[in-house]
Design a protein. Structure first.
Length: 279
């Protein structure tokens, strides 16, 4: 069965919006991780912790963490803490980091595309190792840990969803991750379907069941009669939006995170009451 979440904008009260999403029956709320810029976001770990403390059921996810902002060993500990305190409601969304100007502005390392893939695979090994082993050591090209330990261990498995588009990252997701989390702003649906097949083949080659990997999608939606869709957006009346979203589910996506245009409260109410029941 498909699940549905909301992508919260940095201009709104994250706790009030998350409570509203929970009341409307959404399954998840997500926050992006762009700390530098003309329109920086909330720092997602801090905001998601605040959200989790103020809600009861809804899952929380960074969508997605930029790897250069936090050492993977620290990320592993932060995730374990939020998972435990939230009662198992965290999905760890993470990516190699695409906004080089942000990392340079903060004085962080800016890696080449190839180095980003290498660093990300090392980061996944460290995060998993710290969650699963009593102590973990690794010395890579980009990260190193020595007899590192985190306690307590996660009480329940923490899903890792990866925001990525390149072939090498897609293969890495198939081998190691629990989910893929692209955005319609950055990839066409036909191209996304091709990547999904690539991901499934990589999972099978690694001896994994591809059906156990969540294919999620950030999608922009505007529910308004006569609305013309912009790039990456599904727009129109209720039936048009239902048709467009049904097409995404038919392509194999099993979780949709919605970013809305227009009045957020109105749009989210229409989604919950008019659109999602028809999906």
């Amino acid at each position: 069965m498909a699940t549905f979440g909301l992508f919260l904008a940095h201009r709104e009260d994250p706790v009030a919006s998350a409570r509203g999403a929970e009341e409307l029956g959404f399954d998840m709320v997500a926050l992006s991780d762009h700390l530098h810029g003309t329109s920086p976001t909330w720092e997602p770990w801090t905001a998601l912790t605040w959200i989790a403390a103020a809600t009861e059921r809804i899952r929380v996810a960074p969508d997605v963490l930029g790897l250069p902002y936090r050492h993977p060993a620290v990320t592993a500990k932060m995730a374990q803490t939020l998972q435990r305190l939230s009662g198992g409601r965290l999905v760890l969304g993470i990516g190699a980091g695409g906004s080089d100007a942000e990392f340079e502005a903060f004085g962080l390392e800016v890696r080449s595309p190839g180095e980003k893939v290498e660093a990300f695979e090392e980061a996944l090994r460290i995060i998993r190792g710290l969650w699963e082993q009593e102590s973990f050591s690794m010395r890579g090209e980009h990260f190193a840990v020595s007899e590192a330990r985190i306690k307590p261990k996660p009480e329940t498995p923490i899903p890792i969803w990866v925001g990525a588009y390149g072939d090498r990252m897609i293969e890495l997701i198939g081998r190691h991750a629990d989910g893929w989390l692209p955005s319609t702003l950055y990839i066409s649906l036909d191209r996304a379907s091709e990547k999904m097949e690539h991901l499934r083949a990589a999972a099978e080659a690694a001896g994994r069941d591809p059906d156990r990997i969540t294919c999620a999608l950030n999608v922009w939606v505007r529910i308004e009669e006569g609305a013309e869709p912009r790039k990456g957006q599904i727009a129109g009346g209720v039936e048009e939006v239902v048709e467009g979203l049904s097409g995404l589910l038919e392509r194999g996506f099993t979780h949709l995170n919605f970013a809305t245009s227009g009045d957020p409260e109105e749009q989210r109410g229409l989604l919950a009451e008019e659109v999602l029941p028809k999906l």
